[in-house]
Design a protein around this ligand. Structure first.
Ligand SMILES: Nc1ncnc2c1ncn2[C@@H]1O[C@H](COP(=O)(O)OP(=O)(O)OP(=O)(O)O)[C@@H](O)[C@H]1O
Ligand SMILES: [Mg+2]
Length: 262
């Protein structure tokens, strides 16, 4: 990912390169005599620079899937590879944005983002300049001296996104990041993430319960049901109109598949 200076032009994506690979991945949780099978020998490939949106009924394992890619959890069998390497632990190159941004209430917005760079050996001036660029990108330049409680939910989530971006990640993992926001704010945040994705060539995995949101932002929709994952391509160009025929058809198809999962 590139942030600095003139590099913030649109980055071409290697859209034909397999990047995230699931090879016969099974995942189950055992509690007492009960086995909760989340994935059954699933294989899939996601391209570098893709924007994959994971949908499926509650409890089907969307968060678990993201957690395994983030390195927070492991498959029971099979393997998950990123750029050919097996995931063994969390990496700062794979940033996570949660539903609630969990900011430090005693730190300013700048402080909340700056501290994400604590482990980086960069001059303070460079770190501050990077913070300024990211704050500008998420539309919070005028709020850097504010505290989290002074910001709306949408603005706090912008801080969450800024804190993930400041790590200059290759992969952004987002678990229902906008589900607590009102409709208008949610649409604004979707546009923000689309712009960030178009500009930086990131690979994004995003979980949502909203099929409308999924078809608006995705290049690939991953439908999780009964332990399997089906990947559907979304090739509609941006900007995408709400009433685009192809998007409406895609939305209907996904809703049908989820409803008739057996
Ligand atoms: N660490 C764990 N130990 C045991 N069971 C777990 C664990 N994590 C998740 N589960 C179970 O696995 C199933 C899938 O959970 P997960 O949170 O991945 O679903 P989800 O699709 O994200 O659901 P939601 O849409 O409600 O967020 C659930 O039944 C959950 O209770
Ligand atoms: Mg979840």
């Amino acid at each position: 990912m590139m942030i600095l200076g003139s590099e913030v032009n649109m980055v071409s994506k290697n859209i034909d390169i397999d990047y995230i690979t699931f090879r016969n991945v099974s995942k189950q949780f055992n509690s007492g005599n009960n086995i909760n099978q989340i994935l059954k020998s699933s294989s899939l490939k996601l391209n570098e620079g893709s924007f994959s949106v994971v949908v499926g009924p509650s409890g089907t394992g969307k968060t678990t899937l993201l957690n395994m890619i983030a390195g927070f959890d492991k498959p029971t069998s099979g393997e998950i590879l990123i750029a050919g390497n097996k995931i063994i632990k969390p990496s700062p190159k794979h940033s996570v944005v949660f539903q609630s941004p969990t900011l430090f209430p005693w730190k300013t917005i700048l402080g909340n983002i700056f501290c994400a760079l604590d482990h980086k050996k960069l001059p303070k001036k460079t770190k501050l300049s990077l913070c300024d660029q990211i704050l500008d990108e998420v539309g919070l330049s005028n709020y850097k001296k504010h505290y989290p409680h002074e910001l709306s939910g949408g603005m706090q989530q912008r801080v969450g996104i800024a804190r993930a971006l400041i790590m200059l990640p290759d992969i952004l993992l987002m678990d229902e990041p906008f589900s607590a926001l009102d409709h208008k704010t949610r649409e604004d945040m979707q546009d923000l993430v689309i712009n960030i994705w178009l500009k930086h060539g990131l690979t994004i995995l995003f979980v949502t319960h909203s099929i409308e949101e999924a078809v608006k932002i995705s290049t690939d929709v991953l439908i999780l049901k009964n332990g399997s994952v089906e990947v559907i391509k979304n090739n509609v160009n941006h900007p995408r109109a709400h009433d685009d025929n192809d998007l409406m058809k895609l939305k209907y198809d996904i809703e049908f598949k989820i409803k008739h999962a057996d």
